[in-house]
Design a protein around this ligand. Sequence first.
Ligand code: BES
Ligand code: ZN
Ligand code: ZN
Length: 488
Amino acid sequence: MGYLKSVKISTDTFSKTQTDLFAVGVFEDLKLSVIGKEADKYINGQISAAIANGDIKGKSNEASLLYGQKKKILVVGLGDKKKFNEEAIRLAGGTVLKTAISKKLKTIAMELFGGKKATSFNQALAEGIILGSYQFITYKTQDKDLFEVDSASVLNADSKALEEGSIIASGVCFARDMENDPGNVTTPTKLAKFAKDIAKEGGMKLTVFDREKFTAMGMGAFAGVASGTGEPPKFILLEYNGGKTDDKPIALVGKGLTFDSGGISIKPSASMDEMKFDMCGGGLVLGVMKAVAQLKPKVNIVAAIPATENLSGKKAYKPGDILTAYNGKTIEVLNTDAEGRLILADALAYVSKHFKPQYMLDFATLTGAVVVALGHVSTGIMGTDAKLIGKVKKSSKITGEKVWELPLWDEYCEQIKSDIADIKNVGAARQAGTIAAGAFLKEFVGEGIPWVHFDIAGTAYNNKESSLTYKKGASGAIIRLVLNMIQR
Ligand code: BES
Ligand code: ZN
Ligand code: ZN
């Protein structure tokens, strides 16, 4: 388990609702909603008393638990009424779930906060509820304090929007689970198995190339990275056809590095465990496809995930090696820890050649430099097409997943030229590392295909809990953004 799978609509009135916890919202203007007033009456004016006393201020993230005879009442702060948007209602939903878990309350009901009837608000509330319910507890066998919520419902809501929000957030939680699972559990073989399950559920076509096959096909960069591990690497390809036969597909490519030790250019030991998260780009793509299997949008999508470990076994590739990628370009390897761009190179070239997509997006925990530049707040993006970047930014506003564009100017593209091969896998030392990686990937995107690269190294996992995330672990960031792009 670990998270709620769906949020239900309820047609009961406040007084008829049988629940352990009932949540109402209040803005900073401190005016109670119709249901808020009923709840206040039910607990003999405790809400108005707390407001009069200044204990309830209506600030976002505020949660005040009050006690009634049968049900407890939670008053959630909604912030400034004028600034109330999808992200604000999403956060409020998450806050309700966090409170319910910490107070061990099994059943939850709430009003539609702010009375916002728009589909996007209903959807966002369901997302917040499910994301807030997420806990990674698979390996806790002795903890008697573990507690999960049984059900959540929203009064007078839009049931279709709640369902969509539930599917989308379940896709995020599905990805979080596979990303939080360690490298000895989430192997390339396991990723291929998840892809197989999704293909079955959504009527998609699955193709998996193993080491022998993709090496023979000419994916020399991917094969080079995979040569240092005995864990079987996989090139995973999922095709979903919800559009017309001749509609060009949307292409999604994700870095599925199930453990990155750095290889021969080995990483320091401190925090190396976090490199189990180096498959979050691949997890993101599978999270999107899991939701697509249920949402069934009327578009065609192709998803590609090159999956391998980066280790230093006896056949490992070495600094100085020259690899030939799927599109024939030669790459001088100057650092085996810059492996993500190598495995993506072959995937981008393969998808460009065989699918000629209408546009291509790739996702990767690609550089430590993006964490230096943007911290854990925003995903770094760059690309070749202003219109497509505009589309990304527009979806980002709706889903609350921040992105920030970095420039892919020619000066940066010069920095990856090699003296002895076509390009090298590192840029100028300690300069613009995230852009150098983007400039490298650009070499493998087919002519004329609009493309955006997402560097999620800072946002794919977090070290602090929030209303929508659980402790230290995978966030599932950008899955909702991509689904929004596909659906818009
Ligand atoms: N997986 C790492 C990037 C990374 C770093 C992700 C920190 C999450 C947190 C990637 O494969 C890598 O090691 N990149 C190198 C590139 C360098 C050698 C040019 C880096 O960023 O140091
Ligand atoms: Zn690396
Ligand atoms: Zn890596």
